[in-house]
Design a protein around this ligand. Structure first.
Ligand code: SF4
Length: 364
């Protein structure tokens, strides 16, 4: 099989070029061309000699994900369905969210997901496979390229698309190595966030990494009894163990842990829930993002906006940082918990399950 250079760390690119009989520094030049200059065609890598530019396509490839479909939202968010062809073919989603001074790109780390959170449409897909580091980096690159005419100076990347990032740890760390490398994509760790359902051993492993992103934990409940109902992973890593791991997590001076709390109307959105959340998080350097449930095909209610504000006020009154985050791209099924390869028609209420959810294969 032809080697895909995308997602390989700089030292591996050097080794590959050496194996082709070229000087090792040619690998570093390709790394620079890929991630600093975003050139994906060997012919455009003008830092390489012409003879090598001509030879490389016969030896190796740069396989970017292919955009299969774009779903532009009324709020300027774009949900992409991309086709991946490394290993078993698969489709995943990438979400591009432009703002005044930056863009945020939400990428997938697995095709589907095995964690089975009850409020998340991705769970219905089951796990198809892990993505490689190159397939994750490739999602960032295609989203940037597709919007290159309107890019802002700052890019944020969140690993919150399909999949549980910490169950694909090595490939995720490979992708982060390039995203956070000053000689690679050069994105600050302050602008890259990994979100987890709470895979405790992997959180402990991440705590030991020299280079790491920010960490967000998907909390979504105020007690074990409640969390067990919507996040089966809680039976394996219950709140007291998970939060103990969070207390031991070595935060950098600028860093806060983020706890995401999807508010499900009538289920976890009462003032008593808010008080219990304070009891759980009170002694952590933490902020809470409250995400009102996005209506979809699942049997939960959108929370009453008054209750959302009451919930936030209980947290604020106890000195806890709390924000209400309204998910973007809801009209094109790009919002939190909605990524399941659904087809949607922008501007209309028509949403229907794709073949994948109807039980067909995701293979393309
Ligand atoms: S919320 Fe995240 S971890 Fe849970 S099922 Fe959805 S994709 Fe998987």
């Amino acid at each position: 099989m032809v080697v895909n250079l995308l997602g390989k760390p700089a030292d591996e690119l050097r080794a590959i070029l050496e194996s082709l009989g070229e000087p090792a520094y040619r690998g570093a030049q390709i790394y620079h061309a890929l991630y600093r200059e975003r050139r994906f065609d060997f012919a455009a890598m003008t830092n390489l000699p012409a003879s090598l530019r001509k030879r490389l396509p016969q030896e190796v490839v740069i396989a970017l994900p292919e955009i299969v479909r774009r779903y532009p939202s009324a709020d300027k968010t774009v949900r992409y369905v991309v086709r991946l062809t490394e290993a078993k073919p698969a489709r995943v989603e990438v979400v591009f969210m432009p703002e005044d001074d930056r863009q945020t790109i939400c990428i997938s780390t697995q095709a589907g997901c095995a964690v089975d959170c009850q409020f998340c449409l991705t769970a219905a897909l089951g796990l198809k496979r892990n993505l490689s580091a190159g397939e994750m980096i490739g999602q960032v690159l295609v989203a940037l390229e597709d919007n290159h005419a309107a890019l802002k100076p700052q890019t944020n990347v969140v690993l919150m698309g399909q999949g549980e990032p910490l169950l694909n740890y090595d490939a995720v760390m490979g992708a982060l190595g390039i995203l956070l490398d000053p000689n690679g994509m050069a994105i600050s760790p302050k602008h890259v966030t990994v979100s987890t359902s709470g895979i405790l051993p992997a959180i402990e492993r991440l705590a030991e990494e020299k280079v790491r992103p920010k960490l967000a934990i998907s909390l979504n409940a105020s007690s074990n009894q409640q969390r067990d109902q919507i996040m089966p992973i809680n039976r394996k890593y219950p709140l007291e163990k998970l939060l103990d791991g969070c207390r031991r997590y070595p935060l950098r001076p600028w860093e806060w842990l983020t706890f995401e709390y999807v508010l499900l109307g009538g289920f976890n959105d009462s003032p008593d829930d808010a008080r219990r959340v304070i009891g759980l998080l009170g002694n952590l350097r933490a902020k809470v993002n409250l995400i009102p449930w996005n209506p979809g095909q699942l049997p939960f209610e959108r929370p009453d906006p008054v209750r959302v504000e009451e919930f936030r006020k209980v947290l604020l009154d106890k000195g806890m940082l709390a924000f209400v985050r309204h998910s973007r791209g809801q009209d094109v099924m790009a919002a939190c918990g909605q990524l399941a390869l659904l087809e949607s028609v922008p501007g209309s209420t028509e949403r229907r399950f794709s073949r994948a959810l109807a039980g067909d294969s995701l293979e393309v």
